[in-house]
Design a binder for this molecule. Structure first.
Ligand code: SF4
Ligand code: SF4
Ligand SMILES: [Zn+2]
Length: 275
């Protein structure tokens, strides 16, 4: 699988701009490119659903209580936010690291079990251990603090264009589990079952995402990758380099961005001695 695109072709993201003037830092078959394509697909799905049914969920600019949820995201999603942070002033980046690291300390003190689950290395192939970790994590769905990417003054997302999938879908779509049992999603959406009847499903997108967010060995085996809350990703990236800078994984080697999934998988799997 190797998508070819020339510098003067329209960018794969659908912006209408030339590739060289848009996402030229991303290989069109990279994890990041697939992520962006999915963002566009989900946005189109939500817009056309709302146009067709006239049902608009209560999400609006300035509504941010879901930014207190303990959302877990994948590494490429975190790196995609870092890509935007690379355009920021270094002081602002450092401030966000400081907020996130402080939040880690708060979790460590107030929710030692959650912290232990985050710190625990789980064998990527141990599906049961993965599931348990996910369930443990879901027990506490709200934090006392908001996401480190929320601007405390304007109450808006500082990486809005690069925000993760969960932030794009939480109030505007549903997944099957929401439709089966009634739970409160946020202060404005009190019944997940009713919400599921009024929004398009994002199950297909979630399923497709699992193929490019995880690793695949040359003989077709899937290697699951951990997801973490945003504050914890900052801790991982800081621990790796000792620097509070906008950076990619692999010591700022942008594997997820400038390599095809196939190449990035091979490099990562070799790095972990998995092949
Ligand atoms: S999910 Fe709830 S809290 Fe979040 S933006 Fe929508 S209405 Fe607001
Ligand atoms: S990334 Fe942005 S939208 Fe998502 S939780 Fe953080 S502040 Fe909110
Ligand atoms: Zn583009």
């Amino acid at each position: 699988m190797d998508k070819k695109i020339s510098r003067n072709d329209p960018c794969f993201c659908g912006s209408g701009k030339k590739y060289k003037k848009c996402h030229s830092d991303l290989h069109p078959d990279s994890r990041a490119a697939h992520l962006i394509e999915m963002h566009r697909n989900i946005e189109e799905k939500v817009t056309s659903y709302q146009k067709k049914t006239g049902i608009i969920p209560p999400c609006h600019k300035g509504c941010y209580s879901c930014c207190f949820d303990d959302f877990s995201i994948s590494e490429v999603e975190f790196e995609y936010m870092m890509r935007e942070m690379k355009t920021w002033d270094s002081k602002k980046v450092e401030e966000v690291y400081n907020i996130a690291l402080e939040q880690c300390e708060q979790i460590k003190e107030e929710r030692p079990e959650t912290w232990e689950a985050l710190e625990k290395m789980v064998d990527a192939q141990d599906i049961e251990a993965f599931r348990k970790q996910l369930i443990d994590h879901q027990k506490v769905s709200k934090n006392k603090f908001p996401c480190p990417m929320l601007d405390q003054e304007t109450k808006s997302c500082t990486v809005y264009d690069s925000r993760p999938l969960v932030c794009r879908t939480y109030g505007t779509t549903h997944v099957e589990s929401n439709a089966l049992k009634s739970v409160e999603l946020c202060e404005n959406i009190s019944d997940s079952v009713k919400h599921a009847n009024e929004t398009p499903s994002a199950d297909l997108e979630q399923y497709e995402a699992s193929f490019y967010l995880n690793l695949t060995t040359p003989d077709g085996q899937r290697v699951l990758q951990r997801t973490y809350p945003i504050y914890y990703w900052f801790k991982i990236f800081y621990k790796r380099t000792g620097k509070k800078i906008a950076q990619y994984n692999h010591y700022d080697n942008p594997l997820n961005f400038n390599q095809s999934i196939e190449q990035a998988d091979l490099t990562t799997l070799r790095g972990f001695n998995l092949i």
